[in-house]
Write a protein that binds this ligand. Structure first.
Ligand code: SF4
Length: 490
């Protein structure tokens, strides 16, 4: 019996492990991550850099390391020949042929790539995006600033992207001299600015469609999380909340699932009895309503399911919304009640519980129409997502509505809850921005509140996201300096 080692399996299964470089070079276990680190650190002969077809390349910024689906680097700034620098994504591979082999030619996530970088050339196929745009290609092997084995020895890919002090922003060093109190106050102020910006957006929605439609749209959008925001928004538009007015949950589910394109065939042979009964109940409602939505129903293909935890599948989210509407047909009075009628210490928990308490006889135990019932019920909206919706939707909506109704007590209550709310689950953007601003020395306990996390995100959106100069023309430090001076006079 042959013994298979982890190392062997890794070599077979992990696409980024290289077995044999193409030109007889002494093999080192080069991985795609090493190639990415070489690009990130620009360990290249930067003065004479060229694309495979001979165009001059000037890299103003290699971009931000992306740890999620899509291209390896976002927001790179690159100039070709004498043209103005362009902003876009960069994808890095070991071989030039990997672009096709990894299926990027038909993947819309790669539409914004402006440069394909490969460590080695293999094959001569043109590199095209899904929109048919030909991409310039840069082969690094013959343009490295040191032999590959030296780079291999000096770069530890495990340190990337956040464990190094390189790649911090230009503001990191000056910010070290600011006191922790000043930084905390600055982030809290920025966080409050973010809350008010969100409130302004919701004010427009409320003015246009009323508070209940605005809340319904914003909650659906938040439940779409990153990848399904757009179809959730469209669903809210095609199936307005008034159409669901006072319907029992199962009828609201039938309409939501029907318009979303999630209803399975009427006959679900082979499924268990509970599923057959449930699907029949949905169809009893949907077949009478579907003509009303002809031409506006979404197709299942418009939803992105890859990479989602089964508990977060969008049909479970829709079941939750149906329950929310069935239990609290008018959501705003419940929010207003939680803001002012509850003891201050219970307000945030009451808002969160509006979402976490939702249950459904079918969906609390299931992940899909095809799955078996789980032995243990799973929350339709988990606590982390619920807190996220409180901070990013319900509190901004309360600020907006409080202003529109000229009820400062509501605005004050919402802002107070926001200011005291414990931190939300961290995410890649928070970690990225914290690293850019504070390097490896994020002040202890700095990000323990949601308002400061939100403040950090506001700095990202206001400054890092708008910067095309690799920090050189960013004015965040100026703002931080003025803020610190003002603080000192208080
Ligand atoms: S863009 Fe501005 S705020 Fe962002 S890291 Fe660079 S200097 Fe700091």
């Amino acid at each position: 019996m042959s013994v298979v080692s982890y190392e062997q399996l890794r070599t077979e299964l992990v696409p980024c492990v290289l077995h044999e470089p193409p030109d007889g070079y002494v093999p080192v276990p080069v991985t795609e991550r090493l190639a990415q680190a070489i690009w990130f650190d620009q360990r290249l002969k930067r003065d004479g850099l060229q694309t495979a077809d001979g165009r001059r390349v000037r890299v103003v910024s290699p971009g931000w390391w992306n740890l999620e689906a899509g291209p390896d680097f976002h927001r790179a700034v690159i100039a070709f020949d004498d043209a103005r620098p362009q902003l876009g994504d960069v994808e890095v591979h070991l071989h030039s042929a990997d672009w096709q082999q990894h299926g990027h030619t038909s993947d819309r996530l790669y539409d914004n790539v402006i440069l394909h970088v490969a460590l080695w050339r293999r094959g001569e196929q043109p590199v095209m995006t899904a929109t048919g745009r030909a991409l310039p290609q840069l082969v690094m092997a013959d343009q490295l600033d040191a032999p590959l084995d030296q780079l291999y020895d000096s770069i530890d890919p495990e340190n990337y992207p956040y464990d190094l002090d390189s790649h911090v922003g230009a503001c990191e060093s000056p910010l070290k001299s600011a006191s922790p109190e000043t930084i905390a106050a600055l982030l809290e102020d920025a966080g409050l600015a973010r809350l008010r910006t969100k409130a302004r957006r919701l004010t427009r929605w409320i003015q246009r469609a009323g508070i209940e439609q605005a809340l319904y749209t914003a909650v659906l959008e938040a439940l779409g999380f990153k990848h399904n925001k757009e179809p959730m928004r469209r669903l809210a538009k095609q199936l307005p909340v008034t159409r669901l007015r006072e319907l029992p949950a199962v009828q609201a589910q039938a309409l939501l699932m029907g318009v979303a394109g999630f209803l399975p065939e009427r006959t679900v042979a082979g499924r268990d009895e509970a599923t057959r009964r449930y699907v029949k109940r949905l169809w009893d409602v949907w077949w009478k309503a579907r003509d009303e939505f002809a031409g506006v129903t979404l197709s299942r293909d418009e939803w992105r399911l890859a990479g989602l935890r089964p508990a977060n599948f969008p049909w479970r989210r829709l079941a939750a919304v149906a329950q929310l509407l069935a239990e609290h047909w008018e959501l705003w009075p419940k929010i207003a009640d939680a803001l002012v009628s509850q003891p201050a210490s219970k307000r945030a928990a009451r808002l969160t519980a509006l979402l976490t308490d939702l249950e459904d006889p079918y969906w609390s135990q299931r992940f899909s129409f095809a799955s078996k019932p789980q032995s243990k019920a799973e929350l339709l909206i988990g606590a982390a997502r619920a807190r996220d919706i409180v901070v990013n939707v319900l509190l901004p909506a309360a600020v907006a509505q409080g202003r529109l109704l000229e009820q400062p007590v509501l605005v004050e209550a919402a802002e107070n809850i926001f200011a005291a709310h414990p931190s939300l689950e961290s995410n890649a953007l928070v970690r990225f921005t914290a690293h850019r601003l504070f390097g490896q020395r994020v002040p202890p306990r700095l990000l323990r509140t949601a308002v400061r996390q939100q403040g950090l995100l506001q700095v990202f959106h206001d400054f890092c996201l708008n910067d095309r100069s690799a920090c050189q023309r960013c004015r965040f430090l100026e703002l931080a300096g003025q803020f610190a001076a003002k603080q000192a006079t208080l």
